[in-house]
Design a protein around this ligand. Structure first.
Ligand code: SF4
Length: 474
């Protein structure tokens, strides 16, 4: 029987967690008084934009509980918001936990917490309990909103407090948030994934697809715009599947058209669409839109229909090509980027040649290329014919160099164009320059000062530097 999911935030649960934030504040104030200084907290984010959005919530909650936020992990409270999309992400966390323990030996009041996708793996919980007993709190992806409550429990009890759920029907947004960028924000439109690609752990750690009511998303964005946000990133593992569990069915293009109406909002981005769900109405919606950014990240993963079948990706090489070339025709100013996995079990040189063929034909504006990572619990992990490392290395380099050549070729096409750029920061290498992104996500550096941060300004693209531009503000 299909689980029935909430589609609206639960106001009682929000009120309940806000009460725990007040309790947490009293605890922090007491610690401040005892230590004669303010308690410091650090949130460390691993992985994707959905994790980055969750970390903004963790930061908002900690700051509202009276902590001074710091990027320094030698703090009084440190929380790792983990990712488990590839094994090396797990290994990185284990390595860093060892360092945290040295800080904790010097600061016995220090508390360490783990959340995010890694904690949804049973083997990880066992490993933490056995090898890292100094961790104080572990909670999962489905119950992040209970963090205030868990913080209070953790402070009241000795030993490790663990609460990881297999799934949830609840949606609880509206808790305090501190955004990394005041002028842009991620907005969760849905959670979970029902695609079950055979290499991917996400459906097992983020649960079944469940969408939020469009009205709730629109009102969240209206509040963000009032708070100075110019650009939103609509987030979901599979944004094209938006709305399937809603009583009143709303498609993703319909949601985009609603968001487009929001006054004061200047840019709309979305992450991540699924190729075979990217329909003609989506293309028409982008064509008519003044606000949807000219960038589509469309994960290919492999160009071989044989491997796509083994990956349980629901399209063939030909279908992906047909869509991508249609996008090139219908939306010529749109940048198309992608994800590619090299070394999937059973992959051969012929399969790689198929992938190279798609890259050449689409000429992606950029691509994230990954070496296949065996994830325990995914079907692909037990597939035969794991590919030899030396082959993977050769193929990966071949794919990467073709991807980079295409990206350079596409970027060079923008020479001398006049573009609107959202300024994100002062350039980290040259403080006389600022850095920003065009609508198609290309990076531009040009002379300016920090007063431009958060502004959308007009820039002439003067000098192509491979994957980015140097420009002049007009
Ligand atoms: S679509 Fe596939 S790769 Fe993407 S999150 Fe879902 S299962 Fe993972």
């Amino acid at each position: 029987m299909r689980e029935v999911f909430d589609t609206r935030t639960d106001p009682e649960e929000v009120a309940r967690q806000l009460r725990f934030i007040e309790e947490g504040k009293k605890i922090t104030e007491k610690l401040n008084a005892e230590a004669g200084r303010r308690m410091k907290a650090c949130v460390v984010t691993f992985g994707c934009q959905m994790n980055a959005r969750d970390s903004e919530k963790l930061t908002g909650i900690l700051a509202n509980m009276g902590f001074e936020m710091t990027e320094d992990e030698n703090a009084d409270f440190v929380i790792y918001n983990t990712c488990s999309v590839r094994d090396n992400a797990n290994q990185k966390v284990y390595g860093k936990l060892g360092v945290l323990n040295t800080y904790k030996k010097r600061n016995p009041h220090m508390k360490i917490a783990l959340c995010g996708c890694m904690t949804q793996e049973e083997s990880v919980i066992d490993k933490i309990q056995n090898s890292y007993p100094f961790v104080d709190l572990i909670f999962g992806t489905h119950n992040l909103y209970k963090f205030p409550e868990y913080y209070v429990y953790m402070m009241q009890k000795k030993g490790m407090f663990i609460d990881v759920w297999e799934s949830t029907t609840k949606i609880v947004e509206d808790l305090p948030v501190i955004r990394k960028y005041p002028f842009k924000s991620g907005v969760n439109i849905m959670f979970g994934c029902d695609k079950f690609c055979t290499y991917c752990i996400v459906p097992y750690v983020r649960g079944r697809e469940r969408s939020r009511e469009p009205e709730e998303i629109v009102s969240e964005i209206e509040k963000l715009v009032k708070d100075g946000v110019k650009e939103v990133m609509l987030l979901g593992q599979n944004v094209n599947s938006y709305g399937k569990n809603l009583e009143k069915k709303t498609t993703f293009p319909e949601l985009l058209r609603m968001v487009e109406q929001i006054e004061g909002l200047q840019r709309i981005r979305f992450m991540t669409p699924y190729p075979s769900d990217f329909d003609d109405d989506m293309i028409a919606c982008m064509k008519d839109s003044k606000k949807i950014c000219r960038h589509i990240h469309l994960p290919l993963q492999s160009g071989s229909s044989r491997i796509l079948k083994k990956m349980n990706r629901r399209y063939t090489k030909e279908e992906f090509l047909e869509l991508a070339l249609k996008l090139r025709r219908e939306l010529p100013d749109v940048a198309i980027t992608t994800d590619i996995i090299v070394g999937f079990p059973g992959e051969t040189k012929e399969d790689i040649d198929e992938t190279l063929d798609v890259i050449r034909k689409v000429c992606f504006d950029n691509a994230f290329t990954f070496i296949y990572s065996k994830r325990t619990g995914t079907p692909a992990a037990s597939m035969p014919d794991q590919v030899a490392e030396e082959d993977i290395k050769v193929w990966f380099d071949e794919v990467l160099s073709l991807v980079q050549n295409c990206a350079k070729e596409r970027t060079a096409l923008l020479q001398d164009r006049i573009e609107d750029v959202l300024v994100e920061d002062v350039n980290s290498h040259d403080s006389s320059l600022v850095t920003g992104r065009m609508s198609n996500n290309t990076l531009v550096h040009f002379p300016g000062d920090r007063s431009l941060i958060g502004e959308i300004v007009t820039v002439k693209l003067e000098e192509c530097r491979g994957f980015y531009y140097l420009g002049k503000r007009l």
